[in-house]
Each structure stands twice: as structure tokens, then as C-alpha cells.
Design a protein around this ligand. Sequence first.
Ligand code: FAD
Length: 484
Amino acid sequence: MTSAFGAPTLVWFRQDLRLSDNPALRAAAERGAPIVPLYLLDEETPGDWRPGGASRWWLHHALERLGENLAGKGLRLLLRRGAATQAIPSLVGELGAERVVWNRCYEPWAIRRDREIEARLKQANIAVESFAGNVLHEPWTVETGAGKPYSVYTPFWRAIKDRPVEAPLKAPGEMQAGPQAAGERLEDWGLLPRSPDWAGGLRETWTPGEAGARGRLGAFLQHRVDRYGRDRDRPDMDGTSGLSPHLHWGEITARQVWHATQRHLADTGGSAEDAWSFLNELGWRDFAQHLLYHWPSLPDETWKPQFRDFPWREDARAYRAWCRGQTGYPIVDAGMRQLYAIGWMHNRVRMIVGSFLVKDLMIHWREGERWFWDTLVDADAASNASQWQWVAGCGADAAPYFRIFNPVTQGEKFDPSGAYVRKWVPEIAQLPDRFLHKPWEAPAQVLQRAGVELGVTYPRPLVDHKEARRAALAAFEGVKKGAA
Ligand SMILES: Cc1cc2nc3c(=O)[nH]c(=O)nc-3n(C[C@H](O)[C@H](O)[C@H](O)COP(=O)(O)OP(=O)(O)OC[C@H]3O[C@@H](n4cnc5c(N)ncnc54)[C@H](O)[C@@H]3O)c2cc1C
């Protein structure tokens, strides 16, 4: 299958569904040999960590866009399905490829897989080259003075804040197509929901693909970054970038976002404080990758050993109520319904619903992590696991366990007009502001006038927050004593 122009290079796309700032694609293009771009639906990914429903929806559309963009450069995206450790070497043989390139991923299962494939290919005298993945700095390049990984964020951020970030690469021009191999059809992968079709809210909210990512970044820099510090905690406002799914799928890189933000600041003389507060979040993203790389059991295992004996409760009814946004706490329910409707939830509300699950309901953080994995379009093994452990108080540099979010005061503080709750929990929208975050305190006539019948049209609180808090703290004391 070798073409007249030499043996082809296989460019294996994974979480880098873009043409610009794509070091692997760029290197392949610069070599000048024909290129075969591949996306492989990897059946070897461990079951729990295969893309969840919302991620599969995203992937479908992202691959459509990637295919179009590659076609614009003269290449046809090859789609295959299979166990990567077998499928990649076998495809290399089929194509007569002499080189395979990819951008690195940092999940432990991806690292294991890539090492195995690299060893097999090298044994067969196939060149393998991998490049930096979608981070500001690769996880092993940041270390403490003692040569150890960081487990606390502030010094990690101090170490990277002023470090130069690699300048993004331009997309290659026209490329030479390698031999055609038989591929699969995206429609046959069944990534989109059939019946029921729950993806209406996702379609209305998101534009997967590289152009969609660029559009979001542009709009954010133009309209919101200069108010980021003030608005970022307000779920009732459009105050954050909404870039997380694009970053997860590598439709845009952290390097591109970093440099574009710096450029915006230099060109407009905008608010440095706000811009840095935003860049700091990219720092958190790198920190999550750093933690996952150095502690590969992070998605499955409680990081602080003393929490491994925590008396988590099994309560299927309470868990179902939480998943469905039927806990009777309006800010929690609004967040969980936003998540289900559009595949994304505001960061502040993620912390509130997380705290409610692990502290008020005392349900294991892993249950929350799994639900998020299935329902988030930005589901990311590193950020999801590290943030769930942060919320639960058992992770690296986590919120102290005894800091338990009060869902009423959090709602009143961060959704002061109630616009967020009214949007996602319409059955209580007619309640006056002062009862919106605590309908159970409203007098009977007020409830009646608002058309609310507690326990019928909207649930009564699943637990009493004060009591739940006491129980959680008592359990925590037990864990502390046990560990002493
Ligand atoms: C329980 C819980 C689970 C989470 N799970 C995920 C997840 O699976 N995937 C995910 O991308 N984020 C996760 N986050 C972090 C955060 O909520 C989202 O990244 C953020 O809400 C995305 O919205 P945005 O793009 O508008 O963020 P912005 O505020 O615009 O921030 C810019 C970017 O910085 C990164 N970022 C922001 N906050 C964090 C953070 N706390 N930790 C790591 N990276 C961050 C994201 O890539 C984000 O796109 C989780 C947070 C919590 C509390």
C-alpha cells in the first residue's frame, strides 16, 4: 500500500481533535510523507472510563467536524474500532506505514496502552513519536525543590505561573493523503442517543469542534474575561468561558487559551487581576493532570488513607433523588437538572451538589464522580476525580471535611435574585425571593399563591441540613480518632 511518495505516517488522534497547535500532525506534515489520520474507538479502555453518554454525544460531533477540517486539507479521517494494542500495529501493517505519531494523554490506562503499543511497533522497526498533550506543562516537568510532585496547589501555581508556555503551532497547509484503508461509518458507532433523545439541550448549548472552541474563546475574551473575578461564582450569569468540553477533547489547547488571554491583556490593557484569575483556573486543570499522573489510582481510590474507612451510606433512594434533581433543596436541584439538560454545570454549583451528596447524604464521592462521568460533556478523569476528592475533603489539598456547604445560604449568596433556580426548577418559580431557596419555610398561603404543594409539586427536603451536618461531622470525628 506504500504510495509513490514513500511510506505513510499514521497520525493517531485521541483527545486532540483539532488541526491547529497539534504537534503530532504538524510533525507529520513537515516530514512530507503521505498521511493517514485515524480515530480509533478504543475498546480496551477500562469499562468505567469509557466515554459516558454526554461525552459520546460530543465525540460524534467533534469527529464530524474533524473529518471536515481534514478533508479541507486533502486528508480523509479513517475511523476504526477495536482494541488499540492490537488494532494500531495491525493497521500499520495494512498501510505499510513506517511511522506513527500521537499527542500524549495522561490517564493511567492511556499511558499503559501507549507504552505497550510503542514497544510493539519499535520491535517491528516502526518509528514512534509522541508529543506534549493538552497541558501548559507536562506533569513530570513540575516538581518541588526536593524533586517530588506537588500535592498542594498554591506552590504548584507559584512554580508554573511565570514559566514560559510553548507558543501554539499553526495548522498545517494542504497535506498529502496516504493510502485509503477501509474505515467504519461514524453513524454506525451509535454514539448519539436514540430513544429517548435526551440531547436537545446539548444541541442548543454547544458547538463541538475547533471552530466552536475558537468562537467561545473569542466571545469570552471580548465580553467576559474583564469581569471574570466578579462573575465567575455566579451561576445566574454567563460569567465563565464554557471552554471545558473543548479543552477536554483537545479542540483547543491550554497553550492557545493561555497565549490568547495574555495577548488580550497586552492589546486592550484589560484587567490583569481578572485575566490572571482565569489563567489560574488553567493552572488548576494542569494540577489535576499532575495529580493523576503521579497518583494514578486517583479516580478510584480515596487519596487520604484515613478516609478509606469512612462510614459511607448506601441509600439508593436518596442517590436517585440527587441524580434527578429532586432533593427539595432548590440550588442542588437546579444544578442537577442543568447538568442533565445541557451536560454541564456551573463550578460553584458543582461544589454545592458535591458537598450535599458526600456530606448531607454521606454517599461515597465515587458515586458522584460516576454520575458526572456519564452526564458531563467535559467529563475528564483528572479534573473530575481530583475535584470530587477535593469536595469530599479526602483529596490532595482538599477543602477541610468540616467545611460543609449550607445549600440555603450558598443559594442566597450566589443566586441572589433566584434567576438560576427559577430557570431550572420552574415549579417553584412563583415563590417570592425570600423563600425561593427554602420553600419549606414559606407560610401556607404563600405556597398556595405560588402554586406550590410541598411533597406533591416539589419535594420536601430529603434531609434536614442541620442534622445531616451533625451526623457527617460525628462520622468525621470517628475517622480522625480511628486514624490517630
Ligand atoms: C465535583 C466537581 C467535578 C468536576 N468535574 C470536572 C470535569 O469532569 N471536567 C472538567 O473540565 N472540570 C471539572 N470540574 C471543574 C470545573 O467545575 C469546570 O472545569 C468548570 O466549571 C468548567 O466551566 P468553564 O469552562 O466555564 O470554566 P472557566 O471558569 O472558564 O475556567 C477555564 C478552564 O479552566 C479549567 N478549570 C476551571 N476550574 C477548574 C477546576 N476547579 N479544576 C480543574 N480545572 C478547572 C477548565 O478546563 C475550564 O474550562 C469539576 C468541579 C467539581 C467541583
